[in-house]
Design a protein around this ligand. Structure first.
Ligand SMILES: Nc1nc2c(ncn2[C@@H]2O[C@H](COP(=O)(O)OP(=O)(O)O)[C@@H](O)[C@H]2O)c(=O)[nH]1
Ligand SMILES: [Mg+2]
Length: 199
């Protein structure tokens, strides 16, 4: 994976640090939108119009407003400090791109699982994946206007998540909300790192 210019910075680059965060969740849940809202570079996107044949594969029930699909992934960058850069990788939502995940998770600090309360089950595979690999994650709920409101605790039960795992509401279109999601993840990662390791 090329980090565009990052290594090219010469001897100073030695002191630079990069944090890698993954963004996962079902199709149409807001991954591309969130990367776009929070990234300081024009996000690298690989959206393609949904083709007739793609529509058969991509489950668009409940996401009728969606006319493009992320073929590979979204990629964004946020400079936290002069020497500390956060890279955000939106994982491809469709199961047929599952094979890419094992490479994407390498070196990742943690993950955000986006979930839409209308289609909660769509985030099960992402949650199962991160649990299996012991990658710290949080759940961010995007809510579409007019859809039934579920409480965080209802979602926790439905997704069978530990009491300590942060679940927050977010609007993926809002930069402030997207930033709060990332801060919540980093805070969670730090608190998990403080826990004594079970032997
Ligand atoms: N109401 C609402 N709509 C959203 C939100 N996030 C994304 N959307 C809309 O949902 C559609 C699909 O989002 P997209 O980011 O492409 O989903 P992806 O497949 O996960 O990348 C787009 O039309 C977005 O404008 C959100 O937090 N709230
Ligand atoms: Mg997308």
């Amino acid at each position: 994976m090329a980090y565009g210019g990052f290594e090219a910075a010469g001897s100073q680059a030695r002191h630079h640090r990069a944090i890698k965060i993954l963004l996962a969740g079902g199709f149409g849940v807001g991954k591309t939108t969130l990367v776009g809202a929070v990234s300081e570079i024009r996000p690298l996107r690989t959206e393609e119009p949904l083709t007739e044949s793609g529509i058969v594969v991509d489950n668009t029930v409940g996401v009728e407003r969606k006319t493009t699909t992320t073929v590979a992934m979204d990629f964004g960058r946020i400079t936290l400090r002069e020497d500390l850069v956060l890279y955000l990788f939106g994982t491809p939502g469709q199961e047929r791109f599952w094979f890419m995940w094992d490479e994407l998770v390498l070196g990742a600090l943690g993950a955000v699982v986006l979930a839409d309360t209308r289609r909660l089950a769509a985030c099960f595979p992402a949650i199962a994946y991160f649990e299996r690999r012991a990658i710290p994650f949080i759940v961010a709920l995007t809510r579409v206007e007019g859809s039934r409101h579920y409480s965080v605790e209802e979602v926790r039960v439905a997704l069978d998540l530990d009491p300590g795992l942060p679940i927050i509401m977010c609007d993926a279109r809002s930069r402030e909300s997207a930033k709060e999601v990332l801060i919540t993840l980093i805070t969670h990662v730090l608190s998990v790192a403080d826990e004594p390791v079970a032997r």
